[in-house]
Design a protein around this ligand. Structure first.
Ligand code: S3P
Length: 181
């Protein structure tokens, strides 16, 4: 599989809490790739948690750092990259994502909500109506996530290993065919 990919990066996109980081690590191991989580790079680069950046500087400032990090990451090859759920919002980010293969991990909102109900690390869900907020975020984002090269459905009983396997099985169908002479 890694020879088929020829070092092309895999970008995992999808809702917060869908498992991009866990699945991304597994995929990187399987492919002999490096692993990067854009939120972790942002936290390291700024010395602040994602919550802190949102609280002190606002979402727009966070999105700018997120784009800067993505621009730097996409200069490398042989990486699996777990992105933040909102990376698809900026048009310029798509220019970077399209350097690699974009994989959408797609889980139903109920599953995401049950996983994140006790979570306090997602600033966008610090809302009086977190479920409503999640639903409206998703309605706005689904047309964007749909622009991925590959959509992988994620259901309640799926383990990260199941999901990683599904991604690996799906990749050949979306790889650009080499030009034959
Ligand atoms: C966000 C998702 C988070 C993080 C930030 C904003 C979003 O990443 O980037 O809280 O807009 O959906 P995860 O998708 O890893 O939770």
């Amino acid at each position: 599989m890694s020879s088929l990919l020829q070092g092309v990066n895999l970008y995992l996109i999808g809702k917060m809490g869908v498992g991009k980081t866990t699945v991304g690590r597994l995929l990187a191991k399987e492919l002999g790739y490096g692993f990067v989580d854009t939120d972790d790079v942002i936290a390291q680069a700024t010395g602040k948690s994602i919550n802190q950046i949102f609280a002190e500087s606002g979402e727009a400032a966070f999105r700018q750092v997120e784009s800067d990090v993505l621009a730097q990451v996409c200069a490398f090859t042989k990486l699996t990259i777990a992105t933040g759920g909102g990376i698809i919002l900026r048009r310029e980010n798509w220019g970077y994502l399209h350097h690699g293969l974009i994989v959408w991990l797609d889980a139903p909102v109920e599953l995401i909500y049950s996983r994140l109900a006790e979570d306090s690390t997602r600033p966008l869900l610090q809302d009086p109506d977190p479920k409503g907020k999640l639903r409206s975020l998703l309605e706005e984002r689904i047309p964007l996530y749909s622009q991925a090269d590959l959509r992988i459905p994620v259901g309640e009983g799926d383990t990260p290993e199941d999901i990683a396997k599904r991604v690996l099985e799906g990749i050949p169908s979306v790889l650009k065919k080499p030009v034959s002479h």
